[in-house]
Design a protein around this ligand. Structure first.
Ligand code: FAD
Ligand code: SF4
Ligand code: SF4
Ligand code: SF4
Length: 379
């Protein structure tokens, strides 16, 4: 097997290669992947060992799970679930530390950046459902750690695994946070989709988890030339195709971290299914399911301020969430072949608008059958 066969684009191998033989490139489906230049390679196997390490889950399970939310409605409403990430980040910043996470840049591409001030934290807040470009983050993390600075690194479970593999040793001043993750979408497809959305107009403030319609039934929103446009998540073509798994990376269908112990100190997700627990708070503004995986994670959670925490049975709570890798949808390969040959508009018409139209037709038909009105129409 080649390291690039199951690449999640973490960049650990590329940072470790002593010969600069590994470049992070964009594949035909628009995902970031490692590419080895055989002419430069000296066969040291550093990349192979690092990659093996990236693709292994942790060997022990979580310590404690919590129903958790931040006691600050403004920040919580700007966060995807309960705003726990912001509380953890704030605790690190208070110690003059650095927080790494995924942010949109001015071109609306998603990349890992770091912030050192509370008023910059909004950049990292909220889920961007696109594969994030790690860029120079791993090297930057190492640099800060070696200089004794407290670091909080947040990302998908595979990115955290990549970072730990790259570092190759424990650092007391590093804390990691990952997510319950069912997959990332293609940055290349997203770039093409933005062109469909905007033509020549300016797009800003993209929000995949706008709580304007509540946390349980969230919306997708953005600004076009300053004007806010919002629709239910599932009514946007990009979000619909993400939800149906067409836009996921192939590696996500075999994710090593789904339902298995994570390597990060803390794992955050949405507390989906919270409504089943009458004793637990749910005001439709968002609640996190927070797993503490290590002692360091427990210490970090203890240091975070303004959090409302209730212990829950983690095994039970996760049942309403992702416990297995996302399933590859039927026609996944045909979808990408069509995208590669005809572009984003054609796949949106075929897999979103046509599907929607068919569904509406079926719904009308079933209504007519139920109400027996169909007989009148047939007559
Ligand atoms: C791609 C993706 C898939 C997810 N799938 C699920 C799921 O199936 N079930 C579930 O319960 N929760 C899922 N989540 C997690 C959930 O949406 C929230 O991020 C989590 O509950 C933390 O919420 P919060 O309110 O504490 O903080 P928030 O402020 O919402 O969290 C922001 C954090 O997410 C990180 N982040 C955002 N986008 C990315 C990205 N593209 N790549 C890497 N890190 C990113 C930021 O770095 C930041 O640390 C997913 C998140 C992402 C990014
Ligand atoms: S180490 Fe990361 S970037 Fe390199 S091949 Fe493996 S998964 Fe891909
Ligand atoms: S085997 Fe060594 S030299 Fe070759 S690509 Fe991997 S890390 Fe670089
Ligand atoms: S589903 Fe797994 S492989 Fe895909 S982004 Fe999430 S952690 Fe990485």
């Amino acid at each position: 097997m080649k390291i690039t066969d199951n690449c999640i684009g973490c960049s650990a191998c590329s940072c470790l290669c002593p010969c600069n033989a590994i470049e992070m490139v964009v594949n035909s489906n628009g995902f970031i992947n490692a590419k080895v230049d055989a002419d430069k390679c000296v066969g040291c196997n550093k990349c192979v060992n690092a990659c093996k390490c990236v693709h292994s889950s942790a060997d022990s399970t979580f310590v404690q799970a919590y129903h958790a939310y931040l006691n600050n409605d403004v920040i919580r409403m700007g966060s995807s679930s309960g705003g726990v990430f912001s509380a953890l980040a704030q605790a690190i910043i208070k110690k003059s530390g650095v927080v790494f996470g995924a942010a949109f840049n001015e071109k609306n591409e998603v990349e890992h950046v770091f912030v050192t001030e509370s008023d910059e934290l909004h950049k990292l807040r909220g889920s961007k459902y696109i594969q994030s470009n790690i860029a120079s983050s791993f090297a930057d993390v190492k640099n800060y750690l070696e200089n004794g600075v407290e670091v909080l690194f947040s990302g998908t479970p595979c990115q955290v695994s990549g970072l730990l593999s790259f570092l190759g040793k424990d650092y007391d001043n590093l804390t990691t946070v990952d997510l319950i993750c069912h997959g990332v979408t293609s940055p290349g497809f997203w770039k093409d989709y933005l062109k469909v959305l905007s033509k020549s107009k300016n797009i800003s403030d993209v929000n995949f988890r706008d709580k304007i319609t509540g946390w349980h039934r969230f919306s997708f929103s953005y600004r076009k030339n300053g004007k806010k446009i919002e629709k239910l998540f599932i009514d946007d073509p990009f979000c619909f195709l993400f939800d149906k798994h067409y836009l996921l990376n192939t590696t996500c269908f075999e994710c090593e971290f789904a339902g298995k112990p994570h390597k990060a100190d803390i794992t955050l997700g949405d507390f989906w299914g919270v409504e089943k627990y009458t004793e637990l708070f749910d005001d439709n503004k968002g609640v996190s399911l927070c797993f503490v995986n290590t002692d360091k994670g427990a210490k970090m959670l203890n240091e975070a301020e303004n959090l409302c925490l209730t212990k829950v049975d983690g095994e039970q709570a996760i049942k309403s969430n992702h416990t297995a890798p996302a399933k590859m949808p039927e026609g996944y390969n045909a979808f990408w072949e069509m995208y590669n040959e005809f572009g984003v508009k054609k796949v949106i018409n075929t897999y979103f608008y046509n599907t929607r139209f068919k569904r509406v037709k079926l719904l009308i038909k079933s209504f007519l059958v139920k109400t027996k009105l169909i007989k009148i129409f047939i007559k």
